[in-house]
Write a protein that binds this ligand. Structure first.
Ligand code: SAM
Length: 275
């Protein structure tokens, strides 16, 4: 990734990009799966990008990681075990440990993401040293097909639906994942920016609706992701509702957010209706 006068830019369209002024570039590697870049930004601390798209920053990672873990957690009655696919930075695993989940399997395809995160985001990647976490370097698509273990939560903390993550957004993946989900279990995926990536939201929703009768979309404000408005899509074999009463807030997540994040703007509802 070439910096222009110390600005890292993520392109949203031919005519729009978001730029971060950076103090220095810490790393740039091309792995078997993707290009990984790491910058020290002025406003958001360290920023990890994959294939030119922001994955996480030190300053706002808590919003994404709380929302992808805490919303489904509070919608399950039983949450003893969780499978994370992707999430090589360790941020999702860290939140699940904090929530007291006893067995966490994290399947990340790219060892480099884990190693870089261990070095540059130790407060997140330290979760891989926790006794409750089993880290597997491998393809999550293959893992859900081959494993015979069941999980109360399946969290798809992946890159966007291109390259190695493309197969994490389709019917055959969700079918295999459904077979690995306990009866009241929940599967959740990040489903992109409704404004700039409506196709990602459609793919996730359609794939889940092909396999599950209960599918819900929720949203969060994530300042460093395209448009700031991000979507997550969850599905379950049983009705999706708040199943744990006592809600302990995070830094972004709280009981109001748990309820309110399911109230969608009309244009987001229309994307979903158009499937
Ligand atoms: N918070 C992020 C976002 O939405 O931008 C996601 C962060 S996490 C770093 C995404 C990870 O998914 C990457 O490390 C990537 O290697 C991993 N990944 C992509 N496809 C995968 C697959 N098929 N199996 C396992 N991990 C995968």
């Amino acid at each position: 990734m070439r910096l222009i006068e110390n600005w890292f830019s993520e392109r949203y369209s031919d005519n729009l990009q978001l730029s971060f002024r950076v103090q220095d570039q810490l790393l740039s590697v091309k792995t078997d799966y993707q290009r990984i870049d790491l910058f020290n930004t002025y406003d958001f601390g360290k920023l990890l990008s994959i294939d030119g798209t922001v994955q996480l920053t030190e300053k706002d990672e808590y919003i994404y990681h709380e929302m992808i873990t805490m919303v489904p957690y509070y919608c399950t009655a039983k949450s003893d075990s969780a499978l994370i696919i992707g999430g090589g930075d360790g941020g999702a695993a860290k939140r699940l440990i904090d929530l007291g989940i006893k067995r966490i399997v994290n399947v990340e395809i790219d060892q480099n993401v884990v190693e870089i995160s261990r070095k540059y985001f130790p407060e997140l990647a330290d979760s891989f040293n926790n006794k409750n976490v089993e880290l597997i370097i491998g393809d999550g698509i293959k893992y859900v097909k081959d494993t015979d273990e069941s999980f109360d939560l399946i969290i798809i903390d992946s890159t966007d639906p291109v390259g190695p993550a493309e197969g994490l957004f389709n019917k055959s993946f969700y079918e295999n994942a459904r077979a690995r989900l306990s009866d009241d279990g929940i599967i959740v995926t990040q489903s992109g920016s409704p404004y700039y990536q409506p196709e990602a939201l459609k793919m996730a929703t359609k794939g889940m609706l092909d396999v599950f009768s209960n599918v819900r979309t929720y949203i969060a404000f994530i300042p460093t992701y395209p448009s700031g408005l991000w979507s997550f899509t969850m599905a379950s074999k049983s009705e999706i509702m708040q199943r744990k009463e006592k809600v302990i807030p995070g830094r972004y997540f709280n009981e109001d957010v748990l309820k309110g994040s399911f109230y969608l703007p009309e244009f987001v509802k229309n994307i979903i209706k158009s499937i």
